[in-house]
Design a protein around this ligand. Structure first.
Ligand SMILES: Cc1ncc(COP(=O)(O)O)c(C=O)c1O
Length: 369
């Protein structure tokens, strides 16, 4: 493995300092919950090792929700990031080829790069509405292709694959006996994904999700992977045990107690995200120097500065952060030019969100040449 820090992590708000950002539009999750919101009962929790696959009750609840045959189809992991690392490192070697959608959440690209895999990127384009054409995946398959890696709802664009597009990609994976990794971390964030978790479709598929984005619990570091393939599950469990044996007893207990009562939190979270989504749309009608394809999933929107504008992007991001105390996700976090920027509409209050958008406009005023 050739480890290298990723810009999205080096420049993240938690590394920069939350206290130095007034308008945090860089987050891709809903507002973080506090321990006091959760009303937990933890006094009798034994801080022993826990079963390596993860808390049975929690896995059972996930299995019930997603209509899985058995809780053993679920492996709890250290966030979705932990699941993605396990899947990529367990399946891939430097001799393997994989097909990945770009742009993407950095880990999905950088972990295979760190393994030194041969990678074919399927580049999504603004002009094509960020849609993924499954034919491009089929064309990229080679004799040594081991994995196809897709993300839906997609980060950073919010594109949601249709059932027909999913069917086509699952078919390609089955036809060529290739594994399909589907990062579904955003499936319950604000907009509901209208089809079942994709790992239920085929034993070639591994789905990944977590509590981070949809519920505002990223600091819990609790995610999971789902597969119906028992051989794969044993391999992923081996990887997990080698990396950290099990999740923390405390994290699992908090996550389980929350998950069993999560419905209580959802209406408030959704109302807040949808309100900010409206504010975003209103701002976009006024701020004609940027354009956007509105997201269908998740809580982020990937904006583009109009191509005929001469924007000094270094100046823009510097002013935005240091003068206007506003953080967004610049394009380079996603292997894209900095004329693209991601704004998250799930995290802040409506007032803060509106002011953050105004700051983007002000920083643009001062960065045009
Ligand atoms: C698509 C995607 N997958 C996975 C993750 C990691 O999430 P977690 O906090 O659950 O590790 C992120 C975080 O931004 C993401 O955007």
């Amino acid at each position: 493995m050739l480890y290298k820090r990723m810009p999205i992590e080096i420049e993240s708000p938690e590394e920069f300092g939350y206290d130095k950002v007034l308008y945090n539009l860089s987050e891709s999750s809903v507002t973080d919950l506090k321990m006091s919101d959760l009303q937990l009962s933890l006094d009798n929790l034994e801080l022993s090792y826990v079963p390596h696959k993860g808390n049975f009750e929690f896995r059972q609840a996930i299995a019930n929700e997603f209509n899985l045959q058995h809780p053993d189809n679920v492996l709890l992991t250290n966030g979705a990031a932990g699941a993605l690392f396990i899947v990529n490192t367990a399946l891939l070697t430097a001799a393997d080829h994989l097909v990945i959608v770009r742009p993407n959440y950095a880990t999905n690209i950088e972990v295979p790069r760190a393994i030194c895999c041969d990678i074919s990127f399927i580049d999504l384009a603004f002009e094509e509405g960020w849609r993924l054409d499954p034919r491009k995946i089929a064309e990229a398959i080679r004799p040594n292709t081991k994995l196809i890696s897709i993300t839906t709802p997609h980060n950073p664009t919010g594109m949601l694959m249709t059932q027909a597009e999913i069917d086509a990609v699952v078919h390609i994976a089955e036809q060529h006996n290739i594994f399909l990794l589907v990062d579904e971390t955003y499936r319950d964030a604000c907009f509901k994904t209208p089809y079942p978790i994709i790992a239920t479709r085929s034993s070639q598929v591994i789905s990944v999700a977590s509590l981070s984005k949809a519920y505002g619990l990223p600091g819990l570091r609790m995610g999971w992977l789902i597969t119906q393939n028992e051989v794969l599950m044993e391999l992923f469990l081996a990887a997990k045990e080698m990396i950290y044996i099990s999740n923390s007893a405390l994290d699992e207990a908090v996550a389980c107690q929350f998950y069993l009562r999560k419905e209580k939190f959802i209406p408030h979270i959704s109302r807040k995200c949808l309100k900010n989504f409206e504010i975003l749309q209103t701002w976009l009608t006024k701020e004609t120097r940027v354009e956007a394809i509105l997201p269908e999933g998740g809580v982020v929107c990937f904006l583009r500065m109009k191509q005929d504008l001469q924007v000094d992007t270094n100046r823009f991001y510097h002013l935005l952060l240091h003068e206007y105390k506003t953080m967004v996700g610049p394009g380079h976090w996603f292997d894209m030019p900095d004329t693209y920027l991601r704004v998250g509409f799930g995290y802040t209050t409506a007032d803060v969100f509106e002011k953050g958008l105004e700051c983007i406009s002000k920083a643009m005023d001062k960065s045009l040449s």
